[in-house]
Write a protein of this length. Structure first.
Ligand SMILES: Nc1ncnc2c1ncn2[C@@H]1O[C@H](COP(=O)(O)OP(=O)(O)OP(=O)(O)O)[C@@H](O)[C@H]1O
Ligand SMILES: [Mg+2]
Lengths: 295, 237
């Protein structure tokens, strides 16, 4: 509150007399359209895109290993890990373990996604579907994936069934949740527009609700893939006589750090590939979406 | 139920309120077949609310609304499906064979034939609005409800759209109810101009002028002054 007695303060006598300098901004054609040079510069600065940092770390790792700063028992050099992979491949073990694991993920994903997508769509479209599934999934969702494992072993034994079901569980729940939310989140005004245009139920679903839920579906898919790999790791760590998890367990027993790392690398590559797969899907399926592209 | 051949829209004693706020209060309105009615009124007076009732998107709290079964709405903002290309946005309400050809013909009429395969995100505001106009026209409805459809257009495009709307009416004899804030637009198009106030139709003017008189005439200026007066703008212009 002003008192009314204080004299008005002049901030700066010079600012009052000197003409104010105005800051300007100049815009020119952006880098992308400027042609090869700027793009080349970006290529040079980030030669491998998002993989620049991981590759840099790998190189650093290799160098420190060769200088003997990193004990082999702790972390063998990247080349040693690759060598371990080649050796295991030659005696046929890596191939078997890999196909076993991939088959488990494949079957588990197929079951989990089928159930997650079907129930997600039903619950998204129908109020009765929501009441039927939502409560159960919400409760189940709060139980950590790994905590379900003991129960599954009791129920389904320690064989393939438990592993596949654990993976489907990991894949199905996030798919359901995201798909349900995405369908319910479709812009109400667009649904109203469709109704006003005389659109029937089937077309409302096929042209408005499902395409509108696509971004959420892809988010769900990304989580599903990530959790299915998590489920795979969990399932294979507990009990297995084949698979990447088995490979890691066995290597641990014989203190073969290089083979342990190899298993981890394979898990990472599976996860990365899954992520890339969703990225490509997004680029193809969501081209209609106006979205932010970073510099 | 409506068997009358002369009235297209019949609104009787309609009330619509949101909570305690009564937006439409005992409003009555009839629109004849192929009549062009323009609705004026200050922002927030309930024009869109009335249009939603006529479009069947909302129900009155009291009174009755009778409208033709075949009707189309052009919304205040374009409401295009972002995930469908322009052509598919226009054909959304069409089920008969040859939908694409008809949609292309209407897109041609609104000057957007070349954009048929474009995504809505690439359209300008006026282009998007024209697509939603095309979407409404393509079903050849008996009643077209337009909620400020030309607000985002430049003067020349706007005049072209006026021609287009007039021509459509000649061709199809649809009844039209257009909401606008533009008094000149109202005079250019309307058979009848309604001004809303206090939740009902405050005043109504039959416009019996030919095309030239609508552009320049003493009667036109009188009408304009009267409308501005009704809108509380008499002293401003
Ligand atoms: N769903 C709703 N819930 C609550 N209030 C509403 C709702 N829809 C409209 N209103 C209120 O009703 C009044 C009339 O709204 P309406 O959209 O019909 O105005 P309008 O005449 O179309 O205005 P404008 O010219 O700005 O578009 C406004 O005060 C608005 O706040
Ligand atoms: Mg409005």
């Amino acid at each position: 509150m002003s008192t009314g007695f204080a004299p008005a303060r002049v901030r700066s006598p010079r600012a009052a007399t000197a003409p104010r300098e105005r800051a300007t901004e100049t815009f020119t054609a952006p880098a992308g359209s400027a042609g090869g040079l700027t793009r080349l510069r970006r290529r040079v600065r980030w030669p491998l895109g998002i993989y620049t940092t991981p590759v840099a770390i790998l190189v650093l790792w290799q160098v420190t290993s060769e200088l003997g700063w990193l004990p082999e028992k702790i972390a063998p050099a990247p080349t040693a890990i690759i060598q371990a992979g080649i050796d295991l491949w030659k005696i046929g073990e890596l191939g078997t373990d890999l196909t076993t694991s991939l088959r488990r993920v494949g079957i588990g994903l197929a079951i989990g996604l089928t159930i997650g997508i079907t129930t997600g769509i039903i619950a998204g479209l129908l109020r009765s579907g929501e009441y039927l599934f939502n409560g159960v999934v919400q409760i189940v969702h709060t139980i950590p994936l790994l905590a379900v494992l003991p129960l599954m072993i009791v129920w389904f034994g320690i064989d393939e069934l438990t592993k596949v079901l654990l993976i489907s569980f990991g894949a199905g729940v996030p798919m359901y949740l995201n798909l349900f939310a995405a369908i319910r989140g479709v812009d109400q005004r667009l649904i109203e527009m469709a109704r006003a245009a005389g659109v029937g139920r089937a077309r409302l679903i096929s042209r408005v609700l499902l395409p509108g839920a696509l971004p959420g579906f892809l988010v769900g898919l990304r989580f599903s893939l990530a959790y299915s790999v998590l489920g795979l790791v969990a399932a294979e760590t507990v009990n297995a006589n084949a698979g990447i998890g088995y490979l890691i367990n066995r290597a641990q027993t014989y203190l073969r750090t290089d083979q342990v790392f190899l298993g981890l690398v394979i898990y990472a590559v599976i996860g990365l590939l899954a992520d890339q797969f969703v990225r490509i899907l997004e680029r193809v399926l969501l081209q209609w979406r106006p979205s932010y592209e970073a510099q | 139920m409506s068997t009358a051949t002369t009235t297209s829209v019949d609104v009787r004693d309609v009330r619509r309120q949101f909570g305690d706020r009564v937006v439409l209060d005992d409003l009555s309105l009839t629109i004849g077949e192929s009549e062009f009615v323009v609705l004026l009124g200050p922002s927030g007076c309930g024009k869109s609310t009335l249009l939603r009732l006529l479009g069947g998107l909302d129900r009155p709290d009291a009174g009755t609304v009778t409208v033709p079964k075949e009707r189309a709405i052009v919304f205040q903002n374009d409401r295009l499906l972002p995930w469908q290309r322009v052509l598919r946005n226009v054909t959304i309400g069409l089920y008969e064979a040859g939908a694409d050809e008809r949609a292309l013909a209407v897109l041609d009429e609104v000057g957007l034939k070349d954009h048929a395969r474009a995504w809505p995100k690439t359209l300008s505001g006026g282009e998007a609005q024209r697509v939603s106009l095309a979407r409404a026209l393509v079903t050849e409805p008996d009643l077209v409800l337009l909620d400020e459809p030309f607000a985002a257009l430049d003067a020349i495009t706007r005049l072209r759209m006026h021609d287009l709307v007039r021509e459509l009416r000649r061709k199809h004899n649809a009844a039209m109810l257009l909401v606008t804030h533009d008094v000149d637009e109202a005079i250019a198009l309307a058979d009848r101009i309604l001004v809303m106030s206090d939740g009902r139709i405050g005043s109504a003017y039959d416009v019996r002028l030919d095309q030239d008189e609508r552009a320049i005439s003493a009667a036109r200026e009188d009408l304009r002054a009267a409308l501005l007066g009704d809108l509380g703008l008499a002293a401003v212009h």
